[in-house]
Design a protein around this ligand. Structure first.
Ligand code: GLU
Length: 477
């Protein structure tokens, strides 16, 4: 078996979308499960698109998910440099090989001239191909002074190739064209640079997004022209919006990976969720730990069709992971998520509140909504009650009556969750109300929050004095 060497080769454009980090994750998993090497190469050859600080941002994203590098821009390695802008000499050398073998030529045309060719083709209803406009001199190019782009001289032909995900693929000669190898600014194109680098860095598997699939025939043509073997290819399916009808975009709420973390999604959730965007292990299992992923991941179980990004599933999964955290671990993770009013609260009290909230947290950002009433007096908001489906059916006098009864019963109840539960059950019988009505009413009156942990436990932590005071305040308001 070949040594597995995979790479993540992002362009520093400042935004890490889930599709990008999924590519990184799959490449990393493949390397980890086979004792291979995972390489981080930065493809910074398009200076117009470059955003400052992107390199650090990419590294932060990889670190967040624990995708450690064996080689790359940040850790160095045998095939340094891993930053494409520091490899310009290498690309020129390889371009020279193509010039020497008559497989590259200086592109003599201005953008306006190319535009004219394009329009002409359009008017004649035929596809525009650069190779139909090769200058006479393309036959004898031996020198290229770098002031014009260097273009690949392609050899149109059919291709059959295998993609580890998409299966056996075929293309005809009509899609092969002359593409730019090196631009007039001296930087190589992605199309050229990645092929040279993947070869020199001994990459065994190229894992990348579907947007590159249509260029594959041209890449195969270039591998041949350079007389080098190509690596294995694995094309990832698109990530679609929730409805599954178009590619996930910022308009559908797609966020940068770090934003998900800021919003209180755990790294382990993101890892599991992203891994299951288009991959499953063949069972019903939906939540995977890092070790399980390393053990079970395989390219042949990546689906061909688009993967739906279902935010509800992400929230659900995060809740699952939050529930599994130990009290100490959860404590550390929520450090930045407490409501401001909790700053001066007693440590032990906060721990009790947190353990109560743990089961209800879908993201760590839910913490203030779920807990702020433990730290500050909430203001009565009767709108919440009238908007409630069940409670809205009762009139205000009945609300007040029920709260009064609750207060009377609770005045003589021991404030332990069990005793409180028993009293609340008795109150149900006494009033003839349903739990969904009575308990919601009491819950609103003591928290004035849209959701909260279980009622008896909430009252227990809040304590007798506060609970009774709040009931009274609600009655009086
Ligand atoms: N630099 C390319 C991008 O960011 C990488 C594609 C690849 O993995 O080959 O889209």
């Amino acid at each position: 078996m070949t040594n597995i060497r995979t790479r993540f080769a992002p362009s520093p454009t400042g935004f890490m979308h889930v599709g990008g980090i999924r590519t990184a994750l799959f490449a990393w998993l493949l390397a980890r499960q086979s004792n291979g090497r995972f390489v981080l190469r930065l493809e910074d050859t398009d200076k117009n698109r470059e955003v400052e600080g992107s390199g650090e941002h990419i590294i932060q994203c990889l670190d967040l998910l624990g995708l450690n590098r064996d080689e790359g821009v940040d850790v160095g390695g045998e095939y340094s440099p891993y930053l494409q802008s520091e490899r310009l000499d290498i690309y020129r050398e390889w371009a020279q090989k193509l010039i020497n073998t008559g497989r590259a030529y200086a592109d003599p045309y201005t953008t306006q001239e190319v535009q004219k060719f394009r329009e002409q083709a359009q008017a004649e209803k035929r596809p525009f191909l650069y190779r139909n406009h090769r200058p006479e001199s393309a036959e004898q190019v031996t020198t290229w002074d770098g002031s014009t782009p260097l273009r690949f001289k392609s050899e149109p032909k059919e291709y059959n190739w295998h993609d580890e995900v998409m299966g056996d693929l075929h293309s005809g000669p009509e899609v092969i064209d002359d593409f730019i190898l090196i631009k007039s600014d001296g930087y190589p194109t992605y199309n050229f640079a990645h092929i040279v680098d993947d070869y020199l860095m001994k990459i065994s598997h190229v894992i990348r997004g579907q947007e590159f699939l249509s260029s594959m025939p041209n890449y195969l043509n270039l591998y041949e022209a350079l007389s080098i073997e190509h690596p294995a290819f694995a094309t990832m399916p698109h990530i679609m919006n929730e409805q599954g009808n178009k590619k996930l975009g910022k308009r559908d709420g797609a966020k940068d990976l770090l934003d998900y973390a800021r919003e209180g999604f755990l790294p382990e959730t993101l890892l599991s969720f992203i891994a299951t965007l288009g991959w499953n292990d063949g069972t019903e299992q939906e939540v995977f730990t890092r070790d399980e992923l390393i053990e079970k991941f395989s390219l042949d179980r990546v689906q061909h069709s688009g993967a739906r990004f279902d935010e509800k599933r992400l929230l659900w999964m995060n809740g699952q992971f939050i529930r599994q955290l130990s009290a100490d671990d959860l404590w550390d993770r929520v450090a930045d998520f407490w409501p401001d009013t909790a700053n001066t609260a007693d440590h032990e009290f906060k721990q009790r509140v947190l353990s109560l909230a743990q089961d209800r947290l879908k993201t760590l950002c839910d913490l203030p909504t779920l807990t702020s009433y433990f730290f500050a007096e909430p203001e009565p908001n009767w709108q919440m009650i009238s908007d409630n489906k069940q409670l809205g059916k009762l009139d205000h006098a009945r609300h007040i009556e029920l709260l009064g009864l609750a207060k009377t019963v609770l005045e003589t109840t021991d404030f332990s969750a069990d005793a409180l539960q028993e009293s609340l059950n008795n109150l149900l019988e006494q009033t003839g109300e349903k739990p969904g009505t009575l308990f919601s009413l009491i819950r609103f009156a003591i928290t004035w929050a849209p959701f909260s942990p279980a009622l008896p436990e909430t009252m227990e932590v809040l304590g007798r004095e506060h609970t009774l005071q709040r009931l009274q305040k609600a009655i009086d308001s």
